[in-house]
Design a binder for this molecule. Structure first.
Ligand SMILES: C[S@@+](CC[C@H](N)C(=O)[O-])C[C@H]1O[C@@H](n2cnc3c(N)ncnc32)[C@H](O)[C@@H]1O
Length: 377
């Protein structure tokens, strides 16, 4: 493993309200009580913004940054607003249909413009890699995917499963590099699958032809008759609540010498965290696994390497999405979100600013992206 003692510096900050992992009854109860009270305060602030509180972005971000860095460094256990964040869920992914409605099946014109839709890079809803000198969003996504190719060790001829394949960007880019790679994509979002079906009919797209297969469906129910050389999953495990059963399932899809690559939003604090705001408005039951969570579930798959990617990369991606979101408001306001446009706009601005600030706070060292390379145990 690349980094064995990532917490050595970080864990010196003992949570003052009690270490949630020790679960000593009194400290645990006190921690849960204070975490609940803090969540109510944060939600009141978010609701005020959504309902029209006028506050410049710079001041909003400064308030968020100051409170995030204090929480991450000194009170990480308060960042778990609900008890379910701390333990595994019953299903692989909870609230998956609600998640599609609230997030992934939103009007695609808005999402596609925000994330960018180019010739090879289709909308990609995950971190772009900027630290290698990318000059724009499109190039940052190419650099990110070049690194995935290298870390997963993709070779021509591989058959790859993309678990939560979004708009097909990852498959399209990788197939543009390898003439004999085949992809199978799994996605529950009907609107994203419709985008992919359009590309499957477009002779200029690498998704057309026989190298790409699409499965529209829920990862809770996914079954495949064949086994894959590689499995990758980028930006999906914040929706996975049960690592044990998910790894068990993925292991049945993987050839005996196959490899799995997982890219997640992660936190380098002792427990998993979540946000009351994103749970209500953006990602129902979304949780951010702590950096050690994946390697600690070595039952059916084992982690053989891992990497932490500084949060400044995702912060820059999110700020670029916000700039494009703001730039496209003339088009965005004409779409149907099932709610008042002004409210929708404020929810999304709060979401992008909150996430960008959280992931960039503490110089990106606490909240960033984690990547894991796994094999059969
Ligand atoms: C943040 S996006 C990432 C998409 C893509 N991997 C990328 O990097 O652009 C998460 C993806 O997971 C899919 N997803 C979330 N929950 C799912 C579920 N229960 N079953 C299948 N797909 C799911 C979403 O529809 C979406 O395509």
């Amino acid at each position: 493993m690349t980094d064995v003692s990532v917490f050595s510096d970080i864990q010196k900050h003992v949570p003052i309200v009690g270490d949630i992992n020790l679960k000593s009854p009194l400290a645990y109860k006190a921690t849960r009580f204070v975490a609940g009270a803090l969540n109510i305060t944060q939600m009141a602030f978010a609701e005020a913004y959504i309902n029209g509180l006028e506050i410049p972005d710079s001041i909003l971000c400064a308030i968020m940054d100051r409170s995030m860095s204090t929480l991450f460094k000194h009170f990480p256990s308060l960042m778990a607003p609900y008890e379910w964040v701390l333990k595994e869920s019953d299903r692989l992914a909870e609230s998956s249909h609600e998640l599609m409605k609230l997030q992934y099946d939103l009007p695609q014109a808005m999402l596609n413009y925000m994330m960018g839709d180019w010739q090879v890079i289709y909308p990609k809803y995950s971190m772009g890699l900027w630290e290698k000198g990318a000059i724009d969003l499109e190039q940052s996504q190419m650099h990110m995917l070049d690194q995935v190719i290298e870390r997963l060790g993709i070779v021509d001829g591989d058959h790859i499963l993309d678990f939560g394949c979004g708009w097909g960007c990852v498959a399209n880019y990788i197939m543009s590099k390898f003439p004999n790679v085949r992809f199978t994509g799994l996605n529950l979002s009907h609107q994203q699958c419709e985008y992919i079906r359009g590309k499957m009919q477009d002779p200029h797209s690498y998704l057309s032809g026989s190298r790409f297969t699409l499965h529209e469906g829920d990862l809770n129910d996914a079954q495949f008759s064949e086994k894959f050389d590689k499995i990758l999953s980028i930006g999906v495990f914040c929706h996975v609540g049960n690592l044990t059963n998910t790894f068990q399932k993925l292991s049945t899809f993987l050839k005996s010498d196959g490899k799995v690559f997982i890219h997640i939003f992660t936190v380098r604090v002792p427990n998993n965290v979540s946000s009351g705001f994103t749970h209500k408005y953006i990602f129902p039951h979304g949780r951010y696994w702590n950096y050690d969570a994946i390697p600690s579930y070595n039952r059916d798959l084992k982690t053989i390497d891992r990497w932490y990617i500084n949060g400044k990369n995702y912060q820059k991606t999110l700020m670029e999405w916000l700039r494009r979101f703001d730039e496209s408001q003339e088009m965005v306001k004409s779409l149907d979100y099932g709610m008042d446009y002004a409210k929708f706009r404020r929810i999304w601005r709060f979401y992008l600013l909150l996430l960008a600030t959280a992931i960039g706070s503490c110089d990106g060292e606490y909240n960033g992206n984690g990547q894991y390379l796994m094999t059969h145990r």
